[in-house]
Design a protein around this ligand. Structure first.
Ligand code: OXD
Ligand code: MN
Length: 594
């Protein structure tokens, strides 16, 4: 090992001792050629990207059109999260719940440590101290990722507050989440993503893909944090956070949970329709993927975005669908698995301009063979580059949430929007969420599955306990947000989308805030309060008669079936499922029979 890279003396004798010890233990196990403590500086990033350019890990993009931007091509077998290889390792199997794959901690450590044994020979071990959330926020939490991937270091630098300030906070606090990662051989048969919530530890081997390898994101900020949040009385959620400012200058913050690749980034960066823009409506972006919330002194839920960047899905991002995202990724961006134009610009399906000559695997583009960009190709970019970036993202107190929204891809039955009658009903709506699967995880795409609160792949403990935790927030002291459900993906008889979506979704958000303020109308139904078409401002939106019927209608027979299926789903969790949720399901199922 090259001792000159190990700067242990700098941290010796401080409360960083346990960090030093852990790094030394990991180095003894993985046997790297060198150890590098990341400071997050520009100079460090420049050196790393230059080395990655030299060895082909990064390809420089057109410097004139996309200054400071890179393309990374991953191993073709390593392009998405791997839910079947992702484990939550708690002492008791039931604590992980039927929603997780489980392994006993000792077995899991033994299995994955055997893979880590000597895996960093010939490589550098990078130590990445990071903070999830504003560096000075009491809601933030720190972690340290050890990795042998400079690509991971470059991405973590964008996605988290990484480097010296995080290390200083860790030194102050004396505790942190330990994440150990190696790309290993990138062999899908030697790949595991393991979580040890009771030890606040993560071990990930054999993948360089974002959700498996940038351990601050899904592994820490959702799986481990959801466990921490339960014990500490807060919520770690798979939600965007946006600010909606009306012409009177009043801003309401909305948190929304949609499953992966179902439009969180688009909604978070929404540009209002023309007429709304003229009237002075504005949407600002606090976060596009993860939300940590806890009750403030006034009983309202205050939210921070623990991330500092966006790891967004590239395909479908265009001037029309998400101009803010497109503007954000014109410079200082890392693209992963997109195609290339003849002049070295990034290209993906749905971009709407330019033409690819090279596909994501580096082969000449042939539409008959494969798409130019992988359907789960990504961009990594600092949130600050987004034109709709909200300076409130740095507010250590967080932003007060007025409305929580759940939603999924539901081609049939589920109307455009409805409102929960109260918190318990809202928790049931979240628990019953269903959606078609997407390319963000390996496996079949377009299959309907229950994805409670969009947390199916991310909840670090038993869903039954998670729902109880949600219900506990209704304790008589809290002033909780209203809860809604949306479905932007309802299809007509011809298979066409019935709602225009994108910027037009503002009309639905406006109705929600009207409900929060008590100014917007709705009709009570067993599934919740539904607007009629005239309760929304639909000026300038041409909806067919079929669209109005399906987007604003309530289909009793279909909902009877849906509630029977929701009841069966809740039963899968056995006696740990909170009675209040089962009662709520039965009450609505009975009303549906009336
Ligand atoms: C993501 C995901 O990358 O949910 O955000 O898969
Ligand atoms: Mn996500």
């Amino acid at each position: 090992m090259n001792a000159s890279f190990i700067d242990m003396s700098a941290h010796a004798g401080s409360s960083l001792e346990s960090l030093n010890e852990w790094v030394a233990q990991v180095a003894a196990l993985t046997r790297p050629d060198a150890v590098h403590w990341c400071d997050g500086s520009d100079a460090e990033n420049d050196a790393l990207t230059a080395a990655m350019q030299a060895d082909g890990t990064l390809i420089k993009l057109n410097e004139e059109t996309h200054p400071g931007s890179w393309l990374h091509r991953s191993d073709p077998q390593d392009v998405a999260r791997v839910e079947h290889l992702t484990f939550v390792c708690t002492t008791e199997r039931d604590d992980a719940g039927p929603n997780n794959h489980w392994m006993a901690p000792a077995d899991a450590h033994a299995r994955i440590d055997a893979l880590f044994d000597g895996c960093m020979r010939g490589r550098t071990l990078y130590v990445i101290p990071y903070c999830m959330g504003p560096i000075d926020s009491p809601l933030s939490r720190c972690g340290v990722e050890i990795t042998d991937s400079p690509y991971v270091v470059a991405n973590m630098r964008i996605m988290t507050r990484m480097g010296a300030p995080a290390l200083a906070r860790i030194e102050r606090e004396g505790h942190f989440v330990k994440g150990l990662h190696s790309t290993g051989e990138l062999d899908p048969d030697r790949r595991f993503i393991m979580h040890f919530p009771e030890e606040l530890a993560i071990k990930s081997y054999g993948s360089g893909y974002g959700g498996n390898a940038l351990l601050g994101k899904k592994c820490h900020a959702l799986r481990i944090a959801s466990h921490q949040a339960r014990t500490e009385g807060w919520l770690a959620e798979h939600m965007l956070i946006l600010g909606l400012e009306n012409p009177q200058g009043e801003t309401h913050y909305i948190a929304a949970a949609f499953p992966s690749a179902c439009g969180k980034t688009n909604l978070a960066m929404l540009i209002p329709p023309e007429g709304y823009l003229k009237d002075g409506w504005k949407v600002t972006t606090v976060g596009d993927d993860i939300c940590w919330m806890r009750p403030g002194g006034d009983g309202r839920l205050y939210a921070i975005n623990p991330e500092a960047g966006f790891f967004g899905v590239a395909p479908g991002t265009s001037k029309k669908s998400n101009p803010n995202a497109l503007a954000s990724i014109q410079y200082n961006t890392i693209f992963t698995n997109v195609g290339l134009t003849a002049d070295n610009q990034p290209w993906w399906e749905g971009l709407g301009e330019g033409a690819p000559v090279t596909d994501w695997r580096g082969e000449p583009y042939n539409a008959a063979k494969r798409p130019a960009a992988h359907p789960n190709s990504r961009f990594t970019v600092s949130a600050r580059q987004c034109p709709s970036y909200s300076p409130e993202s740095e507010n250590p107190v967080g932003v007060p949430i007025s409305a929580i929204v759940f939603g999924g891809r539901r081609p049939s039955l589920v109307p455009l929007v409805f409102e929960a009658r109260d918190w318990t009903h809202g928790v049931l709506i979240g628990a019953a969420m269903g959606s078609e699967t997407t390319a963000a995880a390996t496996g079949a795409v377009g299959v309907m599955r229950r994805d409670p609160m969009a947390m199916k792949p991310f909840c670090g403990y038993n869903f039954a306990d998670y729902f109880s935790h949600w219900l506990d927030f209704d304790n008589g002291n809290n002033k909780l947000p209203k809860i809604f459900h949306v479905n932007w993906f309802r299809r007509g008889a011809e298979g066409d989308f019935l709602w225009p979506g994108f910027g037009e979704n503002l009309r639905v958000l406006e109705w929600m805030i009207g409900r929060v303020k008590g100014t917007a109308g709705a009709v009570e139904t067993p599934i919740g309060n539904l607007p009629t078409a005239s309760d929304l401002n639909l000026e300038g939106v041409a909806l067919s008669a079929e669209a109005v019927e399906k987007l604003f209608g309530f289909e009793r027979a279909g909902w009877q079936e849906e509630f029977a299926s929701i009841g069966e789903y809740l039963e899968e969790y056995g006696p740990r499922m909170p009675q209040a949720l089962k009662d709520e399901q039965r009450r609505i199922a009975a009303q549906l029979q009336d």
